[in-house]
Design a protein around this ligand. Sequence first.
Ligand SMILES: O=C(O)c1ccccc1NCC(=O)[C@H](O)[C@H](O)COP(=O)(O)O
Length: 269
Amino acid sequence: MTDILAKIKEYKLADVAARKAALPLAEVEAQARDASPVRGFADALAGASREGYGLIAEIKKASPSKGLIRADFNPAALAQAYEQGGATCLSVLTDAPSFQGDDSYLVAARDACALPALRKDFLYDPWQVAESRALGADCILIIMASVSDAQAQELEQAAMDWQMDVLIEVHDQGELDRAVLLRSPLIGINNRNLKTFEVTLDTTRLLSKRVPEDRRIVCESGLFTPADLADMARYGARAFLIGESLMRQDDVASATAKLLANPATGAML
Ligand SMILES: O=C(O)c1ccccc1NCC(=O)[C@H](O)[C@H](O)COP(=O)(O)O
């Protein structure tokens, strides 16, 4: 069984070391200070979730589990289609080796619309947080499976220092227990097992019950239909991170609008 996270961490640490050597912290911080003002990511999700669903719509060209997902790939046009379809926020994959992402995709997507944007990448070092802000990101991802508690705290503090939001991603109870020691309200429950690539919404069904009330659940991965969203809403998820199912559509704006139509109003289980 491949441990994709271990593989990604190995090349990412080498990549970060090279980037830091080319652009020292003081310089990347100067770029971050000059970046476009932060758009409130968590606030946008909170607003959308009050009236319906919050949608973090992902710009994802390829993935380790699925290979190439979308050949006709224009990040700016996709961002505009997502905005037109009613998405709340963007998620943009910037990792190249595993996702065929690029930093320029984040810049182009965010510049093309008014939505707040998550830099979807693998972060280990506060330097990467400053770099994310320099690229315009409004939110960063902390994957609890890939960092120590001390690293998670350091990354979260760096994001807060830049007035950015943080999506804390968990896959199991142990990671959730560690995640709630952090301060950020957004807890992403990822339905994809990153060791086997198996996707099951049972992960959200199980873990959602253990998420404290002062945190907001973001249900991630493996969501395809309005019925999936309604099902997950019954477990307390009002915000969703969706990539593949929207990336495979010809008309992304219309598919986004259809997915968001008729949010569930039913009681939680
Ligand atoms: O998508 C993968 O194959 C993957 C593999 C290893 C690490 C992360 C991976 N995906 C990142 C994500 O979290 C998803 O892109 C995101 O939740 C959207 O999922 P989906 O709607 O299933 O594309």
